[in-house]
Write a protein that binds this ligand. Structure first.
Ligand code: F6P
Length: 499
């Protein structure tokens, strides 16, 4: 990284969620755990490379209390200290921003989940959620960022203008232009962690809203995605929807007198930290429990309980596999570890019910008093996940669409069985790992049923070769590399601007 060009810029990262969650244990004692999702791991790595402050929405009582201080506070977790500035958002505003606009509207557009003959309606309710939820939250984040970046000098002065601001995800599409206005010399980058849908998918939104989203992102100096495919979709969207000049070879968009770079950096995991976490006592206890119940074969999936993860079709494929290959009856369990997610969003509530109904039907059809074919656990239990990673014979990742999917990278790093990765062609991870996995079309249930069979009957040598190849890719393309590639491009763009 060219430290010279990045200089002493003050780093501010922003994401909807912060690095930790505050809860209390059964006796009422406060406890702090890692924030949900892979974002915490990757932003921790960013902050290790360049000290800075993390801006996040205040999501619970403790975070709201910390938000009242109107400044950053230090929070500790597993030996890491984070400087976090919590943004206080009124409950009603947060509901409109998170439970209506970000999820489901934007999430569903970007994962192609809308069933357009029926949904969505952009009614006064959605319009209100945009105007009185999403838009004002962008302002609140921008104000906190400008304040933090400008600390030590008023916003807009040399200190604030020399900031490096890294925005994350679809919750914050409107923040960049506001930050640019407050801190004219700041460098602003935004990482979109989910797919970027092709232009027509965006036509669901009224023109003013979709233009605001594209224009918001174009307020950045660099817009980043996980794969070149999403970067190309974004560039094409700038042509189709805003009629802007783009250079597909240089991956740039010209906006007035500014040039915005569009880049792809495939995110990854920290294999060393994951191996260390898997050595914990609680993981060993989970392993013992899992091995005590283990049948001859173990098929595993690990996902947030989200429609994009394609959980039901995965179960239907297992049902079909048992129909086609009755010799596997009573010899296999499909362990589905599903973390509850977005439970205030109606579509997620209905989906969870459909998932459970499907499991019941399949277990009733194939199971007996001694054997439950699908063992579904809806909880957030990381040690149990790590234990399951160690022992699967096949890992199913059949997402409808997925920005990257880190399960596909975590599983093979820990697995001790040379288990086979069944991987959807529509995940970002497929671009890196597809050659060594069993690729599946996520809608093709027959193909997924066959993939389960192929995985469980594959020869030991082939399984080993495929796993070694996956581990080599993940070990080399680690999250450290993801971070340094971004800092290198930021330094290069700053350097180009100063010439
Ligand atoms: O994949 C996008 C993402 O925002 C991740 O960064 C995060 O891990 C996940 O979705 C979780 O979403 P939520 O914050 O809604 O639980």
């Amino acid at each position: 990284m060219d430290r010279g060009a990045l200089g002493e810029r003050r780093l501010v990262v922003a994401a909807n969620r912060g690095p930790v969650s505050f809860h209390s244990d059964p006796s009422g004692e406060p406890i702090v755990t890692r924030g949900l999702g892979g974002l915490v791991t990757v932003l921790t790595e960013v902050l290790r490379a360049h000290d800075g402050t993390w801006i996040a929405a205040a999501l619970g009582d403790e975070e709201s209390r910390l938000a009242e201080q109107d400044r950053s506070v230090e929070v500790e977790l597993d030996g890491d200290t984070y400087r976090v500035r919590y943004v206080s958002v009124a409950a009603d505003m947060y509901d409109k921003y998170y439970n209506i606009v970000a999820n489901p509207i934007l999430w569903f557009i970007q994962h192609y989940l809308w069933d357009l003959g029926r949904h969505p309606d952009i009614s006064p309710n959605e319009r209100d959620a945009w105007e009185n939820g999403y838009v004002p939250v962008q302002r609140l984040f921008a104000e906190a960022i400008a304040d933090e970046a400008g600390a030590g000098g008023a916003a807009g002065t040399a200190a604030g203008s020399g900031a490096l601001v890294m925005l994350h995800d679809y919750h914050l599409y409107g923040v960049a232009p506001l930050v640019r206005a407050a801190l004219p010399g700041a460098f602003v980058q935004q990482f979109v962690h989910i797919p970027w849908a092709q232009s027509d998918a965006w036509l669901v939104l009224p023109k003013d809203m979709r233009d605001a989203i594209f224009e918001g992102l174009l307020g950045n100096d660099i817009v980043a995605f996980h794969t070149p495919h999403y970067a190309r979709n974004f560039l094409q969207g700038c042509v189709d929807l805003l009629d802007l000049p783009v250079d597909p070879a240089r991956l740039t968009v010209t906006v007035g007198d500014r040039e915005v770079w569009v880049r792809a950096y495939p995110v990854s995991i920290d294999p060393r930290a994951l191996r260390k976490a898997a050595g914990a006592q609680r993981v060993a206890a989970e392993e013992a429990a899992l091995l005590a119940r283990r049948r001859e074969f173990l098929l595993v999936r690990v996902d947030r309980l989200d429609l994009s993860k394609n959980i039901i079709r995965g179960f239907l494929a297992f049902d079909r596999f048992l129909d086609l290959h009755p010799e596997f009856r009573e010899r296999i369990t499909f362990l589905a570890l599903l973390q509850p997610s977005r439970e205030d969003v109606e579509e997620y509530v209905t989906y969870r019910e459909r998932v459970m109904r499907t499991v019941e039907q399949i277990n009733t059809k194939h199971g007996n008093t001694d054997w439950m074919p699908i063992d579904v656990r809806i909880q957030d239990n990381f040690p149990q996940t790590l234990a399951a990673y160690r022992h699967y014979d096949a890992l199913m990742v059949n997402a409808i669409f997925d920005g990257m999917n880190l399960v596909a990278k975590e599983g093979p790093i820990l697995n001790t069985q040379d288990g086979v990765l069944i991987l959807s062609e529509n995940t970002g991870a497929f671009e890196e790992l597809g050659a060594f996995a069993l690729g599946v079309n996520p809608f093709d249930i027959e193909q997924q049923a066959e993939a389960i069979h192929e995985a469980l009957t594959m020869g030991a040598q082939e399984r080993r070769t495929r796993n070694e190849a996956i581990r080599a890719v993940v070990d080399v393309n680690s999250v450290e590399r993801w971070v340094s590639a971004q800092f290198a491009d930021i330094a290069e763009k700053l350097d180009a601007a100063s010439r």
